[in-house]
Design a protein. Structure first.
Length: 315
């Protein structure tokens, strides 16, 4: 075990204890956590800063608002229901269409109005929230993912996670839904994480349940060598996310909509560490380099350029 720890340390892998002690606790003020733990607050501050997010159709906060929900959403054939304070993708329900008075999920299953009501009641009761506290249900636009992902995603919408430290993007991956993940871009539920070269926006190696893979298990298509569109803009938005929250160490989750372009999905003050496996690279050396140089990187353009110069695969 000690030899394994030494090996991981040699290649600069950041462990959870060190992440907590040296980065999240040190650079993320506790009073700022609500800005990212509550997706509604995140959406509001992003819009105020001029950063695009999925359109919000409605917010359900009380039981009395559940029954009128169906009239409120009658003009929308597809939408997403998610808990404002949920985590790990739990409680998110994606509706892709209607069949008479029923709602169709992304997997084709039909839900009755009563089943939708029950799900909304569960959300506002706090079933999926941090600490089990009462929550709000957000009803929002269903992202239509960019065609680049059609052959390497199963049903759901891929998202792009960017780790940002002291306002500098340091590492990234694209999370690709699979049959096992139920069409959700969540690694713990079985999605694939493909590392991305910070200089070019091209996918590198990929991880699936801690194993390195080269192909999508459901489509059989290569998940490496895929060029992500709008890469410079995605890095710019990620850097802006750090500015608008005031948090020093965050994970910015972005999506690429085929019509609307890059959108902020959510932010995370405690981003996971599997991104290192997906990139076959440790975070520590990158974080230390940013600590040494961030004061000289005043403009967002400078920080993005620094990231592309120092954290590309050629480095």
């Amino acid at each position: 075990m000690f030899k394994l720890k030494e090996k991981l340390s040699e290649i600069g892998v950041l462990g959870i204890n060190r992440r907590n002690a040296d980065y999240t606790l040190r650079y993320n003020l506790r009073r700022l956590y609500p800005l990212v733990d509550d997706k509604l607050r995140t959406k509001k501050i992003a819009l105020k800063a001029g950063i695009a997010v999925p359109e919000l159709y409605a917010v359900i906060e009380t039981e009395s608002q559940v029954r009128p929900f169906h009239d409120l959403i009658h003009s929308k054939s597809d939408f997403v229901i998610k808990p404002a304070r949920g985590m790990g993708g739990k409680g998110i329900l994606v509706i892709t269409g209607r069949s008479k008075d029923k709602y169709r999920k992304v997997d084709g299953m039909l839900l009755t109005r009563e089943e939708i009501d029950y799900h909304l009641y569960n959300i506002i009761s706090g079933m999926y929230s941090l600490g089990g506290q009462p929550d709000k249900a957000l009803i929002e636009y269903r992202v239509q993912f960019d065609p680049i992902f059609e052959t390497i995603s199963y049903q759901g919408v891929p998202d792009i996670r960017v780790i940002v430290f002291l306002r500098v993007p340091v590492m990234s991956m694209v999370r690709l839904p699979t049959r096992m993940s139920g069409g959700k871009a969540n690694l713990h539920q079985g999605a694939i994480g493909a590392g991305i070269d910070m200089a070019s926006g091209t996918t590198l190696t990929a991880v699936w349940h801690n194993d390195i893979v080269l192909e999508h298990p459901d489509t059989g298509n290569p998940v490496t060598g895929v060029k992500i569109p709008n890469w410079n803009k995605l890095l710019t938005i990620a850097a802006q996310c750090s500015e608008l929250t005031g948090l020093g160490y965050i994970g910015a989750d972005l999506v690429l909509d085929k019509n609307k372009g890059p959108l902020i999905l959510e932010l995370n003050a405690r981003p996971g560490l599997n991104i290192q496996i997906a990139n076959n690279s440790g975070l520590l050396s990158r974080l230390k380099m940013v600590e040494q140089n961030h004061k000289g990187l005043v403009q967002i353009e400078d920080r993005v350029a620094f990231s592309k110069e120092h954290f590309g695969k050629q480095n």
